[in-house]
Design a protein around this ligand. Structure first.
Ligand SMILES: Nc1ncnc2c1ncn2[C@@H]1O[C@H](COP(=O)(O)OP(=O)(O)O)[C@@H](O)[C@H]1O
Ligand SMILES: [Mg+2]
Length: 266
């Protein structure tokens, strides 16, 4: 197992946002996490990435190491990178600088130039820049490297968020609704990029996604949250026939006609 989570819980006041959730991921798998709005998906990501601390009883092992309760930068340094539902792109910085920031967060802890020497620092900078340019080329943004990130289109911003997470050279990439707001063509483009990155870097991936079709077409295993609890888990084909999953989506106010149509039609 690459990731082993047991008994993760997080309350906000009286609300159980995440409730006693277990999650086990094999290396190399693509896991989907689905569930209605407010079911705890983003909170689970925040727990995994160290933004929130799990409540007592929760444990997390990554790559065999107990990483329970570590700070976000410590989690990141162990190889877990994520994107945010709200992208958090630095609009004034160039596209390349956005990637460099992601990279530096990961690697440049406490190596003062006084110790390693200025030439070494400069050479390292050059190497990193060329590595980041290579990454930009791979995700199709090389032509925009020197453009302020704020000038990118919606689809390009989503790619940049992906690139910035990849700049940390993660083993596990966590994507929070990576395709939100994109046109179907751009959704496909983004997913193709995710799959290509996965192959190239041997990633394990967790995708939170409300477009069910994306999850069903892309993921090996899907975990379903409702009211903070994991109510189902399995291969996509089994999940879409699970009555608790169908109820979770159809029993309440439906803001997503696509979800309804997809579940009924398949
Ligand atoms: N920082 C917070 N403070 C208070 N309540 C929160 C906070 N973050 C999330 N919640 C609540 O926790 C529940 C789960 O939210 P979230 O994890 O964002 O759901 P999802 O990503 O599945 O839509 C929701 O009821 C949400 O309102
Ligand atoms: Mg969310």
């Amino acid at each position: 197992m690459l990731l082993e989570i047991s008994g993760f819980s997080k309350h906000f006041g009286g609300l159980a946002a995440v409730s006693n959730v277990d999650l086990n991921l094999e290396e190399g798998e693509i896991r989907g996490i689905i569930g209605p709005n407010g079911s705890g998906k983003s909170t689970l990501f925040n727990l995994i990435s160290g933004v929130y601390q799990p409540e007592p009883g929760g444990t997390m092992f990554f790559d065999g190491e107990n990483v329970t309760g570590l700070q976000p930068h410590e989690i990141a340094r162990r190889g877990i990178a994520r994107t945010f539902q709200m992208l958090r792109i630095f609009a004034q910085m160039t596209v390349l600088e956005n990637l460099l920031v992601g990279h530096h967060c990961h690697t440049h802890y406490g190596t003062p130039s006084a110790i390693v020497g200025r030439k070494a620092v400069w050479e390292e900078e050059r190497r990193v820049r060329s590595e980041m340019m290579d990454l930009l080329a791979f995700i199709g943004l090389a032509d925009y490297a020197r453009m302020p990130a704020g000038e990118l289109s919606g689809g390009q911003r989503r790619l940049l968020a992906l690139g910035r997470a990849m700049a940390m050279r993660p083993k596990l990439l966590m994507l929070d609704e990576p395709a939100a707001g994109l046109s179907p063509v751009n959704v496909d483009k983004l997913l193709d990029t995710v799959m290509a990155l996965k192959e190239r870097y041997g990633l394990t991936v967790i995708i939170i996604e409300h477009i069910l079709k994306v999850v069903m077409d892309t993921c090996d295993v899907v975990s379903v949250l409702e009211h903070g609890e994991k109510i189902a888990e399995g291969p996509p084909a089994a999940i879409k026939d699970d009555h608790r999953v169908i109820e979770a989506y159809l029993g309440k106010e439906m803001d997503d006609a696509e979800v309804r149509a997809y579940l009924r039609s398949s």
